[in-house]
Design a protein around this ligand. Sequence first.
Ligand SMILES: [Fe+2]
Length: 577
Amino acid sequence: MVYGKDLTSLSPSESFKKCKCAATCYPPVNPYVHTTSNIEHSVYYNASGLECLAPLVRSAEETPDPIPTTIEGTIPPWINGSFLRNGPGKFEFGTDRYTHWFDGMAMMHRFHIREGNVTYSSRFLRSDSFVENSEKNRIVVSEFGTLAMPDPCKNIFARFLSRFQTPKPTDNANVNFVKYKGDYYVSTETKYMRRVNPQSLETKEKVDWSQYIAVNSASAHPHYDRDGSTYNMGNSYSRSGFFYNIIRVPPPEEKAAMEDSADLSGANVICSIPAADPRKPSYFHSFVMSENYIVFVEQPIKIDLLKFMLYKIQGKSFSKVMTWEPQHATIFHLVNRHTGKKSEVKYYTGPMFTLHQINAFEDSEFLVMDMCCGDDGELIGEFTLENLRRNSGEEIDEFYNSLCRNLPRRYALPLSVDEQTPADENLITLHNCKATARMTKPGEVGVNSMNFLPIVFGGLEFPQINYHQFNGRPYRYFYSCGFGHVFSDSLLKMDVHTKELKAWRYPGLYPSEPVFVASPKATEEDDGVVLSVIITPREEKSTFLLVLDAKTFSELGRAEVPVNIPYGTHGVFNEMG
Ligand SMILES: [Fe+2]
């Protein structure tokens, strides 16, 4: 199936738009912004006649006891384990409504696969937010896009004072399942995580990162080393400034692995990177890791700390504290993850927005980084429930067409830059790589990306690879979601060598992030299956777990489950059952 269209085949009558792209909208704030690649990115179709997705963002019921599913086709009998997924699943308490999709209460889903059979269960995370909101039957804990209102039972003076209290971070960990020292946690982007039982989905203790190391938050996208250690990034702020910290959590000790308790002991900060502007640090959602390096991408999505301190007083939610400031360049901070030493070289590119990296690897004297990028960082704030629930037709078309669509890009950083490096000369000599890098002045290198997709249609996000074998190493395939609608409406497999794209796409079906599971006798990178949960707004309780052959991207089987599942965030495959 061919996905999208070649730009050269478009007829003049077809509708185009340009996104708010650095190359077209802004003065040249630095010399690296203007490339044809940016122009290529900025042209895409205007969609029309999109359907209403409101049923995909409504509250669901939990299914705590596993229920059977109906199998169509064949689920390969070698798949043994659980496909765990996270995401917002409850959007109101009493008459209070959340305003942003990210605010919904975490709902965990488990598809347990064994000998060709599948059962399904789900549970809401019993976070403090969930419990307190449930007890009061109203929203009492602020989330990303919703500010909890003062308790009406308090007297007017107490209500006034409550506006001056420090905002309480949420433990509504609705973004991802993550693993530290062999234990599963669900995670969001505050300083809290919740340990969970990956079999029963039972909520365990709340873990506060700041009790272990000096950070005020941690991302929901750690990276895993093959030695059993886990890397993550977190913010810290103090009198000495604002820092982005690279965290390392060591592998589990044998004795501790047997204990049923959270354990982040031994965690340490291996590198602290000062924010370019300490009053306005950047938002980040993930980071890049190869076998020897970590790259922190300081993008121009800024958190205004002054507004952050005042946001409760002003009655605004946290989402209003973030601003897209494309007058600033994007900085790549390169750190050796074994020594914690930060490169003296400053790598820059134009303003760009990224949530998820695809993979990164070292190739001779270069670090190659593939990531999903866009040119408009205002995207996050747009995902309000009001927007997502717009009616079909013009209302939802207008919203989708206003969104910048992220697409995969490749950047390459030259690792051997010194006084001898010639200025203003393309330093990238990698075969078949159109990404460029130029030393613009001593110690500063401007880089430009190359695009993967010769065709543009919709966007591409939620990238996944054969992580276990190929994370941080040269690789060939990634799997992702295509965004021909506000939520993903296709699954894609991309061959980064040949640029061939395979797609699974059917009208009315909305797949989740595809997760690759290698077959036990795998000899090639794509020997295995891709798992995704498919939902539809067209029919009640018509969810299914889809199993694709990762090599051919054709369907092997599906497990139908009569429940409604809201559109979710991330998931993992747990081989331990
Ligand atoms: Fe994410």
